[in-house]
Write a protein that binds this ligand. Structure first.
Ligand SMILES: Cc1cc2nc3c(=O)[nH]c(=O)nc-3n(C[C@H](O)[C@H](O)[C@H](O)COP(=O)(O)OP(=O)(O)OC[C@H]3O[C@@H](n4cnc5c(N)ncnc54)[C@H](O)[C@@H]3O)c2cc1C
Length: 323
């Protein structure tokens, strides 16, 4: 639309400058937003879950527990602990989850993968979790070591859907699985990936948690595609508060996530200023979750990276308060 002809509709319009100042041109021709709608007081605050990774050193253990204690006050519905390939990483996941059961009021969810283990071995780990009081598993295929391609273990669960079915036989776990709004990088097609998600839910998972994403539209369209495919389970958005663009770009490249140009531009020139990066991260993430909330999303899973501040701030903005 031509801004000048719009402006002509206004009574007593002064003579227009030429060219029009950009703000005026945008005001006359673009959509108008007064504010993002807020949820009113009658709406309960959203349900949150937080993801941690098991620490490798004593110092990181301290950091993790400071993070857990601070976020515990937000009463998340569960906290999950990631699982890596290899014995020592797996032991650390188990130790962290067991300590959460023993020392906190939090409900833990243990991540479990198919990588490098027979079905019996995976079942045995699941049984240990059940015996330790863990009732929720995040069931994943897992990835091969960097530089190699994933090959199912000859006696193992080949894919996450098979693991979900196996876990169902072990005990009555609540099971969450992974979903990919931008499609898993090795999927044959977006539709094949969606069929796979449906298979995981049909096999007995109760919810999906998405990989992180930055394009809200992509996630919302993914929800539409899930519904059209007959998926009625929650597809909880995975939220990644970003403070390190280089690290994010590496992770995003591995997992097929698009880092929009506007996000990269936001962090330009901030390499030497961690405080500035944190403030930008808070704003970017707050805008993302507010937009999702305005679209009716009322469950969020935060990739905390074992740091509580940003997650706490964003949870507060979403309406969740510490108790
Ligand atoms: C919320 C979340 C948490 C995560 N936590 C961890 C973690 O703790 N530890 C870790 O190592 N990784 C973790 N990951 C990463 C995950 O392991 C990788 O993304 C992995 O590559 C795929 O796992 P999946 O469970 O989605 O696999 P699957 O659902 O099995 O899918 C893997 C790929 O195989 C395809 N596929 C599935 N079944 C078949 C079939 N029968 N034939 C052909 N193709 C098939 C799918 O379309 C997809 O492309 C996590 C990811 C998310 C989103």
């Amino acid at each position: 639309m031509d801004a000048r002809s719009c402006y002509g509709d206004y009574m007593n319009a002064p003579t227009l400058p030429d060219p029009l100042p950009r703000t005026l041109e945008r005001w006359l021709t673009g959509p108008r937003f007064a504010a993002l709608p807020t949820r009113d007081a009658d709406h309960p605050p959203p349900l949150l879950s937080f993801e941690f990774f098991p620490p490798r050193t004593e110092a990181l253990e301290q950091q993790l527990w400071t993070c857990i204690r601070r976020l515990e006050a937000l009463r998340p519905r569960f906290v999950s602990v990631t699982y890596g390939a290899g014995g020592s990483t797996q032991a650390r996941t188990h130790a962290t989850v067991a300590r959460i059961v023993r020392e906190t009021k939090l409900v833990p969810a243990a991540h479990l993968t198919c990588v490098g283990a027979t079905r019996d071995e995976v079942d045995a780990v699941a049984r240990q979790y059940w015996e330790a009081g863990v009732r929720h598993i995040v069931a994943l295929r897992g990835d091969a070591a960097p530089g190699t391609t994933y090959e199912p273990h000859p006696g193992g669960y080949p894919f996450a859907a098979d693991l979900v079915a196996g876990l169902r036989r072990v005990a009555d776990f609540e099971i969450s699985v992974a979903a990919y709004p931008e499609t898993h990088p090795t999927a044959l097609s977006p539709d094949a990936d969606l069929d796979n998600l449906k298979r995981k839910l049909d096999a007995g998972a109760t919810r999906a948690i998405t990989n992180f994403f930055f394009d809200t539209e992509t996630y919302l369209r993914f929800l539409d595609r899930c519904l059209a495919a007959g998926i009625a389970a929650s597809v909880v958005p995975g939220i990644m508060p970003v403070t390190n663009l280089a690290g994010l770009q590496r992770m995003a490249a591995i997992s097929g996530v698009r880092v929009p140009a506007w996000l990269a531009r936001m962090f330009e020139g901030t390499d030497d200023d961690p405080e500035l990066r944190r403030m930008i991260a808070a704003v970017v993430t707050a805008e993302q979750v507010r937009l999702l909330q305005a679209n009716g999303v009322d469950e969020f899973h935060f990739y905390t990276l074992n740091r509580p501040e940003l997650t706490h701030a964003i949870a507060h903005i979403l309406g969740v308060r510490a108790h």
